[in-house]
Design a protein around this ligand. Structure first.
Ligand code: PLP
Length: 415
């Protein structure tokens, strides 16, 4: 065997020995169930929070668009891939987010690359929360700007980074002024806690920074109309740039950037992930627009989800089996409920135990989460039944932590 293949094999074996090897397993998700071969398990691992992926209005919209336009867009947005469906969705999404304009990219990951790649450059500063999503981290590094990471939610540390850069780069009359970016998830994807957006807006004002908020897990779920955490916290028009993903609560796929027209026009002209890739299929845009209709017409989905989250968090607290970070009580009802057990083996064991009990909730291990913070990440969906939660709680109560697996100091945490 070639040397490099042998090296890869060794590396994979090392991952396996540490319990960190990942495998793709074919599963058939269908509403609140996921089918693993012949076995139906309750799906606690989906980001389809409002159960829209199978909603008849959403699937019909996609099918009709395929009939009208075919499956693939056939070209980049700037060539022949831009259909009226794309334009209608973008106008619609801008209204939904109370923004001047919007642009659709094939995925949320790509949308984050597009934003920071088009707007930041060497000499600029990008400040990332320590728990920001990997797509924001990758986007920040690829942009060539200076990247600094502040401890999770520590506004004081962020303020220092911004102040230092602000003072070192006083605006000059010549050339483009150095830019500062505050880049944060709205709802943090592995912990389910949230950013303090009003405080970040204040900092952005004070230090002339651009605030970029990734609303992947907030859009559709939070706020009176489901427009996200920025709506819930009353700062929709103060956030400079928001990135929503249709891959979570909207039940589809796609990254949608909302902002002022100058930003959107700059993306159209400068964002390589928009210019040099094929447009999202028209059916994708049509399905997202239909999902927005359902979000508007069926607020009960958001309300049901919120009740389920409150019940689960509350019950977990009362089991006494897992410690609960007191700050999680103040967190709005985000559908992500982490059960942090510490060591990788314990997380794998808990996940396997849940599977035996008929529930699907995979272990989340390093490097996705820090070492010692392995967890089972439960994500809830609006179509879960009350007795699904009962089944989960019963299974958690009957779990016995494997020997030699130290207890994490704060097994359920939102830090
Ligand atoms: C916070 C956050 N941002 C961006 C993404 C990427 O979104 P998408 O799946 O649409 O590429 C994800 C999803 O995994 C996410 O959790």
């Amino acid at each position: 065997m070639d040397n490099w293949r042998g090296e890869l094999l060794q590396e994979l074996s090392r991952l396996g020995a540490a319990g960190l090897l990942r495998r793709l397993r074919p599963l058939s998700p269908s509403g609140r169930w996921v089918h693993d071969r012949e076995r139906a398990l309750i799906n606690l691992a989906s980001n389809d929070y409002l159960a829209l992926a199978n909603h008849p209005k959403v699937t019909s919209a996609a099918i009709e668009a395929i009939r009208a336009y075919g499956f693939g867009a056939g070209a980049s947005r700037l060539l022949a891939g831009n259909t009226p469906i794309h334009a209608e969705l973008e106008a619609r999404f801008a209204r939904f987010k109370h923004a001047e304009a919007a642009i659709l990219l094939p995925t949320g990951y790509v949308a984050n690359l597009a934003v920071l790649g088009a707007l930041a450059q060497p000499g600029d500063l990008i400040c990332l929360d320590k728990l920001d999503h990997a797509s924001l981290i990758d986007a920040a590094h690829l942009s060539g700007a200076r990247v600094r990471v502040y401890p999770h939610l520590r506004i004081d540390k962020l303020a220092r980074l911004l102040r230092e850069h602000f003072e070192a780069t006083r605006p000059s009359s010549a050339g483009r002024a150095a830019r500062r970016f505050i880049v944060t998830d709205s709802v943090f994807s592995m912990d389910g806690d949230v950013a303090d957006l009003p405080a970040l807006c204040d900092l952005a004002d004070r230090y002339d920074a651009i605030l970029v908020v990734d609303e992947a897990h907030g859009t559709g779920v939070l706020g009176p109309t489901g427009a996200g955490l920025s709506e819930l916290q009353g700062v929709e028009t103060r956030v400079d740039i928001a990135v929503s993903t249709a891959s979570k609560a909207l039940g589809g796929l796609g990254g949608i950037v909302t902002s002022c027209t100058e930003v959107i026009q700059t993306l159209v002209n400068r964002a390589r992930p928009l210019i040099y890739t094929t447009a999202a299929p028209p059916a994708q845009a049509a399905a997202i627009a239909a999902a927005l209709d359902v979000i508007h017409d069926e607020p009960w989905r958001r309300e049901r989800l919120s009740r389920l989250v409150a019940t689960l968090r509350n019950e977990l607290r009362h089991t006494g089996l897992f410690e609960v970070d007191p700050s999680s009580i103040a967190v709005p009802p985000t559908p992500i409920v982490p059960i942090v057990v510490g060591e990788t083996q314990a997380a794998l064991d808990l996940s396997e135990h849940l599977r035996r009990e008929g529930l699907f909730a995979p272990a989340i291990r390093p490097p996705t989460v820090p070492r010692g913070k392995a967890r089972v990440r439960v994500s809830l969906r609006a179509d879960l039944q009350d007795n699904d939660l009962e089944q989960l709680l019963h299974a958690l109560r009957s779990w016995r932590r494997p020997a030699h697996s130290p207890v994490c100091p704060s097994p359920i945490t939102t830090d």
